[in-house]
Design a protein around this ligand. Structure first.
Ligand code: ZN
Length: 257
């Protein structure tokens, strides 16, 4: 770590520091907003080649309804778009750097209400507004892992769960940088997501219900593979953040069911 710190320090000063929303964590982002947009669009092209977009209002209506509320709560001007992917097998969702959000029909088996859908969508949107992909690429560049992450970006046709993605992270973890990084990003996405859902006036306590139900179903979801926190540590973190989230939620004049 000493060597990395030595490389990072002057760069941090040169580049200036970005700050993650809500958590205020200092980040190194070496990609421009335009590069992030281009990356999002490039990934999207790949997704549309292999995945089928659903037009079923049973899914598209709640995804639009919840997505728009969450997006408004971020107060960030991304090119927000919401897609449903027809795939009952995977309980997956993700948000690209350009603000395009994808929810798989397979997730709906675990969703009882809008607040639980908001739990997942706010987590994914949190990854985007905290520039997590750009940050990971930047760290990879700095640690000589650009190739591994580039493979990941090219390979991900389904967001957070492709095998190649896991492999890329695996390579990174050997050097001991990327794995802690993505764990940290995951718990940060949980943190930001919980606060944002509450700011969008969804009851943050539904996030606990959702994660508890998920782990009880024995369906440790594919979305949350090894780099994701265990459901136990995730739930513990959410409980700790609950007072902060409830404070936001109680400022809402109208609570969303
Ligand atoms: Zn995540």
């Amino acid at each position: 770590m000493g060597r990395i710190a030595l490389i990072l320090l002057p760069l941090l000063i040169l580049l200036g520091c970005a700050k993650a929303p809500i958590t205020g964590r200092t980040q190194i982002i070496m990609l421009s907003p335009d590069q992030e947009m281009a990356l999002g669009l490039q990934t999207e092209e790949e997704i549309f080649k292999t995945e089928k977009v659903s037009r079923d209002p049973k899914y598209t209506v709640p995804v639009e309804r919840v997505g728009k509320r969450i997006a408004a709560a971020t107060r960030m001007d991304l090119d927000w778009k919401f897609y449903v992917i027809e795939n009952d097998k995977v309980p997956n969702a993700f948000c690209l750097a350009n603000g395009h959000v994808f929810v798989y029909t397979g997730l709906f088996k675990y969703i009882d209400n809008d607040a639980q859908l908001a739990t997942v969508m706010a987590h994914e949107i949190a990854h985007a507004i905290a520039h997590h992909v750009a940050e990971r690429l930047s760290v990879a560049q700095l640690t000589g892992l650009a190739a591994a992450v580039a493979t990941d970006i090219a390979a991900r046709n389904g967001g957070e769960y492709s095998q190649l993605y896991q492999a890329a992270i695996g390579i990174g973890s050997q050097v001991g940088v990327m794995l802690p990084y993505s764990r940290m990003q995951e718990s940060e996405a949980d943190h930001i997501g919980l606060i944002i859902m509450a700011m969008a006036c969804y009851d943050p306590r539904e996030a606990l219900k959702f994660w508890e139900k998920f782990s009880k179903a024995g369906k440790e979801p594919i979305v949350y593979f090894s780099t994701h926190p265990t459901s136990k540590s995730r739930i513990e973190q959410l409980k700790k953040l609950m007072p902060e989230a409830l404070k936001e939620y109680r400022q809402c004049e109208v609570h969303v069911p």
